[in-house]
Design a protein around this ligand. Structure first.
Ligand code: CTP
Length: 407
């Protein structure tokens, strides 16, 4: 239930705006207090009178309204909301958010807020699929906005495709999930996932076989358990998990910078298969093969060890730093050495030798190595390993709160 939660509903100008009247009503039924900001275009689809009647609150429309600024300035609107919901989040509004504009009340509030923002995009399919819109959505997600929808289906413009506002029930579920108190609520987590690509020249790179499935599953499990998660992902062919922030990187150096930028965090889990080496001086232009010439010699340099760096930070060291050990022999013994060498608190060790199906597969068998010993878990799906790990983390960091609860 949403009892006592302050939701600021920003309604932009799209045909789906009419659905926000029902949304406002359902939010109030669940105990939320709803304030509404209507953009100029939004007010062409929804009247301030109907929204005021359904929310029981004054509707805010004008950045330069003297009375509004005296009674409830835009900074107060931005600050007092527990959650800002933008529905429908139109292509135009998201473009203005992305550019940091504040040329109306809605964008001024969105720029001034430090509160969480949930976007419910809705627009014509071509507008949704346009690279400009996709780039804006990606940017806003990287900055921490969460999103729900859009759905695929028949659109009011007569076309069919992605762009329909998520169902009111789905938007309500996303809001309830946001406020639900899981065993890791109140904790911030950082997860690395996937491989890194280390350039040789503009078209070639060094890579590895990591699919990112385990790291992504862990990030999702932590978010489902209520943690505020930043996932730093190398190049993978997986969709960004919902309910968390995903940052995309290519190289180990970029992954390290993204991780340090995501601190402080309570938990860091390094599940990425970071390339140990990079090419010391990648060629600026594509390397050409000259007839009869010997193959080029690639001089390698060592990449930063992200797990070791996070484990030994003097300032902002996460309370729990967890690494992975991918081994093909003496799995537990090598992993125990790695635990000590890197300064981590826990290591999840797995056997990646041929035939185990760990790389790219949907299941995994891990050993949890702590300073207290080794515990072998049965083979489970990668999602189940994520959930089990989330439960263990809750026990370690919130022993009382997690009593009797399993993530
Ligand atoms: N790791 C990291 N940065 C690196 C290399 C590894 O953060 N540059 C992390 C991985 O995410 C994993 C752990 O360190 O959590 C172990 O990585 P692994 O590749 O198994 O071990 P290495 O340290 O590379 O040692 P070796 O290759 O000798 O087994």
């Amino acid at each position: 239930m949403l009892s006592g939660k302050q939701i600021l509903l920003i309604v932009a100008g799209g045909i789906a705006a009419y659905k926000t009247l029902d949304l406002a009503r359902r939010l109030r039924e669940r105990g939320a207090c709803v304030r509404c900001v209507l953009t100029e275009a939004g007010a062409r689809f929804v009247t301030p009178l109907s929204m005021a009647a359904l929310t029981g609150e004054k509707v805010h429309q004008d950045l330069f309204s003297l009375t509004d600024e005296i009674e409830m300035g835009h900074i107060r609107l931005a600050r007092e909301a527990d959650l800002i919901l933008v529905a429908p989040a139109t292509a135009d509004l998201m473009a203005r958010m992305g550019a940091g504009m504040a040329n109306d009340l809605a964008t001024a509030v969105l720029l001034a807020t430090r509160q969480p923002i949930l976007l419910a995009p809705s627009m014509n399919t071509a507008m949704w699929e346009h690279p400009a819109t996709q780039a804006n959505v990606k940017l806003l997600k990287e900055r921490g906005c969460r999103s729900v929808g859009p759905q695929a289906g028949d659109l009011a413009c007569g076309e069919s495709g992605a762009g329909r506002l998520a169902d009111v029930q789905d938007i309500l579920a996303a809001i309830e999930t946001h406020f639900s108190s899981g065993p890791l609520s109140g904790l911030r987590a950082l997860v690395t996932s996937g491989p890194t690509h280390e350039p040789i020249d503009p078209v070639r790179y060094i890579a590895n076989r990591s699919s990112g499935k385990q790291g992504h599953a862990i990030a999702k499990a932590l978010a489902d358990a209520g943690a505020e998660v930043t996932l730093v992902s190398g190049p993978v062919s997986l969709a960004d998990p919902s309910g968390l922030r995903t940052l995309h990187v290519e190289t180990a150096e970029q992954m390290l910078a993204a991780c340090l930028g995501a601190l402080p965090a309570d938990i860091a889990i390094c599940a990425a298969a970071v390339a140990d080496w990079k090419v010391k001086a990648p060629a600026k232009d594509k390397m050409k093969k000259a007839k009869g010439a010997a193959p080029p010699a690639l001089e390698l340099a060592t990449n930063p060890d992200i797990l070791a760096i996070l484990s030994t930070l003097k300032k902002n060291r996460p309370r729990l730093v967890i690494g992975f050990a991918a081994e093909t022999q003496k799995v537990s013994a090598f992993a125990q050495e790695k635990l000590k060498a890197k300064g981590a608190d826990w290591i999840l060790a797995n056997d990646v030798s041929e035939g185990t199906g760990t790389f790219g597969g949907d299941s995994n068998q891990v050993h949890l190595i702590t300073h207290g010993g080794v515990e072998s878990w049965p083979r489970m799906s990668k999602a189940e390993i994520g959930a089990e790990l989330a439960g263990r983390i809750a026990q370690a960091l919130k022993p009382k709160a997690s009593k009797g609860k399993k993530a």
